[in-house]
Design a protein around this ligand. Structure first.
Ligand SMILES: [Zn+2]
Length: 270
């Protein structure tokens, strides 16, 4: 599986905090298919299990019993294998990503939404092209609720089978919820305003948590707008919806794919 996104960690009743990981299963015949693995208590995995984005991992997956979306699986971390190149863990070369990812670009964001409206278990992960990107929208995140803090603390203070308590620092709430405001490639698109749930946004907010409000917004804007939407790149969002049936029609942006314009595979069409 080629890992394409790691979503923002969220408090969890059973694991302290978890993330959703998504990627592309590399099939024998050279095609790729979407895979979501959940839950992943990523921050609590051993350091040598904390795989990176665009790494290829091998792991046994079982159908999720609680989630009927066809892309959803539960991982068995005992079976995780990562590829090393010398001492370093290997990521998939940038120029090899296009042949895997480009065939998965297709349904627009409007198409994916319409699919879920017709069938709650329709395609739930996608890579959608951005036609126009407007300014980022910021909203105060606010603190975790008391119940969230209580469950995170309770889980993490439980000794494991070796009698050890998890020493991972408790998850800090980010300062902002950040939303994109964009138009997809559908000719009738009236716009989408998804929240960005990308672990890199969480990390960026954490590392810059002592900056002023304006300072932090400027840093986020640089990384998630200026660098993601300009004449040098083509911009695609990795999108995914929620397991919760009530929120199933809401797709978030889990990551960004922005191949350089001069590596345009479409150029071969002319
Ligand atoms: Zn649209």
């Amino acid at each position: 599986m080629l890992i394409t996104v790691k979503a923002s960690p969220e408090p969890s009743k059973s694991y302290g905090d978890t993330v959703c990981v998504a990627g592309v299963r590399l099939n024998e015949d050279g095609t790729g298919s979407w895979v979501r693995i959940y839950p992943v208590a990523f921050r609590h995995l051993d350091t040598d299990q904390q795989f990176k984005k665009f790494e290829v991992i091998e792991v046994e997956l079982a159908r999720s019993t609680k989630d009927a979306r066809m892309e959803s699986f539960r991982p068995n971390w005992e079976t995780l294998s990562r590829q090393r190149n010398g001492g370093e863990f290997k990521t998939y070369p940038a120029d090899a990503r296009g042949p895997v990812l480009n065939p998965l670009i297709g349904p627009t964001m409007c198409d994916l939404r319409a699919g879920v409206e017709a069938d709650l278990n329709a395609q739930s992960l996608g890579l959608v092209e951005v036609r126009e990107l407007k300014a980022l929208r910021f909203e105060d995140h606010g603190p975790w609720t008391r119940a969230q803090v209580a469950s995170m603390t309770a889980v993490m203070s439980q000794p494991d089978i070796f009698g050890e308590v998890d020493s991972t620092p408790i998850l800090i709430a980010p300062r902002y919820k950040v939303h994109y405001d964009y138009v997809c490639m559908s000719s009738t698109c009236r716009g989408h305003k998804p929240r960005i749930l990308d672990m890199e946004l969480s990390a960026l907010q954490y590392h810059n948590r002592f900056k002023s409000d304006d300072g932090l917004k400027a840093i986020i804007t640089q990384k998630f707008h200026t660098e993601m939407w300009n004449e040098k790149v083509r911009t695609y969002f990795f999108v995914g919806n929620f397991g919760d049936i009530v929120k199933r029609k809401n797709f978030s942006v889990l990551g960004i794919y922005r191949p350089k314009r001069d590596s345009d595979y479409g150029a071969t069409l002319f």
